[in-house]
Ligand binder design. Structure first.
Ligand SMILES: [Zn+2]
Length: 459
């Protein structure tokens, strides 16, 4: 007994059952809740097994919270105290974390992807971060708070969808519909989309906790050219494939204009004090130095994506035979929309750049960019406070999420939508998420349970 090093556990630390949290995440990973766009490939039995697992792992949650299953999506409601203490005028909040995972081949894994192996201080496997990490640590926090007799001062929803990874937004739309028609209005929503990044920004020696306050939109455009087919021995002056190829090259060469949107500007503000003097001057005055910053950012694909709608030709087809002119050639270009850019803007831009009426432009899929949630105010400030409580050395900053999350669909119901998972990751760790050797450290699991306990207690 080393009395000199003993200390009293703080409120947040009391009762964290790390062993159970780790074992629970391991078991959760072992259930193969893989989603596919083609629904016939989905094994819904796995999702049913997953629901049953949660019931077994978290008996108090399943006894005391209201649970609704909408298809294979889960919606829990933890009711606020009827009396005593709590401010009954506070609007509910929602914690989100999807249960489906992307597929995983067996190749290249140190531990098989659905083993849930606990080794080297980590839980290994597909979904151990994205996003069973979030779901299990949220539920652990709640179960432990129920064990301690805690009752929240406002209603808390927990939302877990089964189809986030296929981007269909079916699950979350159904849940949003259910909440909306029940008249539920949320104060804030917390979903995936930001982490505590280690060594993500060059020249920054402290971890950077990025809280997504907005996310980019999604647009697929089809470009197609129809022309006279015929024998390739006597081609006309232009062919469908030639015209289409030129159009694609032009769209790539003249991309959508770059712009420093408000979450990115705020990101610079927060990060700049931690840079050396020259960079500090430039980034703190991002409006003044915009041309310089843009030029620097456009040099790398990751930073370029932060300041413009990206342009990525992803599919092309045309022709049936080597000696026959293609009567039709088509391509798909995928754009990720910066907040403020719309599908119509992009169609107009592409049409102008191509400047050839033989090229038809058609919208295939479109999902607008999110709005920008308040970067101050109670929701953001509470998240920031809880991050600093558990990651005291982190710099917290608003951020623009490059991909898409379910939380965007809840925007009409919520005053603020934030995207952050309490998990400390390097660039390499981030690449594991949809790649091989995805894993969560035991330290992160424990800290995430504490984080969610804090945020629920203070909400
Ligand atoms: Zn995810």
């Amino acid at each position: 007994m080393a009395t000199s090093t003993m200390r009293v556990a703080t409120e947040g630390e009391r009762g964290v059952n790390t062993a159970r949290a780790v074992k629970s995440l391991s078991e959760a990973v072992q259930v193969r809740t893989v989603s596919f766009s083609d629904r016939t490939l989905i094994d819904f039995g796995e999702f049913e097994r997953f629901h049953a697992l949660l019931e077994r792992l978290y008996p108090l949650i399943h006894e005391r919270l209201h649970k609704a299953a909408l298809g294979h999506n889960l919606l829990y409601l933890w009711k606020a105290a009827e009396t005593a203490g709590g401010n009954m005028n506070k609007k509910p909040v929602a914690l989100m974390s999807h249960m489906d995972v992307v597929p995983a081949g067996e190749e290249g894994w140190e531990h098989p992807p659905f083993s849930g192996a606990i080794a080297d201080g980590h839980v290994w496997g597909r979904g151990s971060i994205d996003m069973k990490f979030g779901l299990i640590t949220i539920l652990e926090a709640i179960e432990e708070m129920l064990e301690a007799g805690f009752v929240p001062s406002r209603d808390i929803y927990v939302i877990s969808t089964c189809d986030e990874e296929v981007g269909g937004k079916g699950g979350i739309s159904e849940i949003a519909g259910r909440l909306g028609s029940a008249g539920v209005r949320l104060d804030w929503v917390l979903d995936e989309g930001g982490v505590v990044g280690d060594g993500i920004v060059e020249g920054l020696d402290r971890p950077l906790a990025v809280v997504g306050v907005a996310e980019k939109g999604y647009l697929d455009l089809e470009l197609s050219v129809e022309m006279e087919g015929g024998h390739s021995s006597a081609p006309g002056r232009a062919t469908s494939i030639g015209v289409l190829s030129k159009a694609i090259a032009q769209v790539e060469a003249r991309q959508m204009p770059s712009r420093i949107a408000s979450p990115v500007r705020e990101f610079f503000q927060q990060v700049s004090p931690h840079f050396g003097p020259a960079k500090r001057l430039v980034f703190r005055n991002s409006a003044l130095f915009a041309p310089l910053i843009k030029r620097a950012m456009l040099r790398s694909p990751e930073t370029a994506a932060m300041i413009r709608t990206t342009t990525a030709p992803t599919m092309i087809s045309g022709g049936v035979k080597p000696n026959v002119l293609a009567a039709r050639a088509s391509a798909v270009i995928n754009f990720r929309l910066l907040p403020g850019d719309t599908a119509q803007n992009v169609v107009r831009h592409v049409t102008n750049v191509v400047g050839d009426s033989r090229v038809k432009v058609k919208v295939l899929t479109e999902s607008p960019a999110s709005t920008v949630s308040p970067m101050g105010g109670p929701g953001f400030e509470l998240i920031e406070q809880c991050i600093l409580e558990h990651y005291p050395d982190a710099i917290v900053t608003p951020y623009l999420v490059m991909g898409g999350t379910d939380s965007k669909i809840l925007e009409p119901l919520a005053s603020g939508v934030y995207r952050f998972t309490p998990c400390r990751l390097t660039k390499k760790d981030i690449a594991r998420m949809h790649g091989v050797n995805e894993r969560a450290s035991i330290e992160d699991i424990e800290r995430a349970v504490r984080f969610f306990k804090s945020i629920i207690a203070k909400a």
